[in-house]
Design a protein around this ligand. Structure first.
Ligand SMILES: Nc1ncnc2c1ncn2[C@@H]1O[C@H](COP(=O)(O)OP(=O)(O)OP(=O)(O)O)[C@@H](O)[C@H]1O
Length: 264
């Protein structure tokens, strides 16, 4: 599928000012969701096992897009997602969420950032086995500032008929959709998903992708999805490719297909 390559634009952006809040991608004046400059993460610096997990990543991601992150195992995708989600610290460089510099935040500020702005979805659903679908979502809505009712969040991911089921009574795809409902119920501006379909077959995986697509379309939630499944890039607004801790390509996808049209 042809992609509209934006490599030059990315290079121009990275040549811009080294400090300050993120500008926008299209020159419209709205803030980008995320921006990074020279973002690097090294484990075991100076030692025999030094690993450059991220090696000078310059990125700008507009708000309200669904972005797919692809690349070989160990190329740095999760490291980037964890830094953007306030779960991990960079070694060098800067990362912004809108006008907030994540790389300058204290632990306390990062905790608040995660709570107020970010929803997470991981490969394994991390549901509480002794609670129903509704109760799992209520764990979040009970402490959020402006949550949607748990039943509404579950309805958005197509689980109206499963509100009072326990995780063990749900399929893998249904459990993942409960996890998505839990993540979106606090109305986060961004949803960060690390291999959300990694444990699922094609049919149930597509139901999960449809739920993500619906959230993006309905609320304009910026969604980043890490996957090893390159078929999933077909539903993205934008695709980022990683290799050896670097971004080797960023491309807009002019021919998005609906999640329903994806098979693997
Ligand atoms: N806590 C850690 N300590 C040391 N090295 C780490 C740590 N976390 C990650 N790494 C290393 O950093 C590199 C990037 O890892 P990362 O998990 O970001 O890659 P990835 O692209 O998400 O891989 P995968 O697709 O397998 O999840 C890898 O070489 C990994 O082994």
């Amino acid at each position: 599928m042809p992609m509209d390559h934006l490599g030059d634009r990315q290079r121009n952006l990275s040549a811009g000012p080294k400090t300050g809040a993120p500008t926008d991608d299209a020159g419209t004046g709205s803030l980008a969701a995320f921006r990074t400059e020279g973002l690097s993460k090294t484990y075991g610096a100076g030692g025999p096992n030094e690993v450059r997990a991220l090696d000078g990543v310059d990125l700008e991601l507009p708000s309200e897009e669904l972005v797919v992150l692809l690349g070989p195992s160990g190329s740095g995708k999760s490291t980037l997602l964890n830094i953007l989600g306030g779960l991990d610290h960079a070694t060098r460089g800067t990362a912004w969420f809108r006008d907030m510099e994540l790389t300058a935040m204290t632990e306390r500020q990062l905790t608040r950032y995660r709570r107020d702005h970010v929803g997470f979805v991981f490969q394994f659903y991390n549901l509480v086995a002794s609670l129903t679908a509704r109760e799992n979502v209520e764990l979040v809505t009970d402490i959020a500032a402006d949550p949607m009712p748990a039943a509404e969040a579950l309805s958005l991911v197509g689980l109206d008929a499963r509100l009072d089921h326990f995780p063990a009574q749900l399929s893998g795809g249904e459990q993942q959709r409960v996890a998505i409902a839990r993540a979106i119920a606090k109305r986060p501006e961004v949803l960060l998903c690390d291999e959300p379909t990694g444990a699922l077959d094609s049919r149930t995986g597509v139901a999960v992708l449809s739920a993500l697509e619906a959230v993006n379309a309905r609320f304009g939630t910026t969604i980043l999805v890490i996957t090893h499944n390159s078929d999933i890039e077909r539903m993205a607004h934008r695709v980022i490719r990683f290799q050896d801790g670097r971004v080797i390509d960023i491309a807009r996808n002019p021919d998005r297909v609906a999640a329903e049209g994806i098979r693997w």
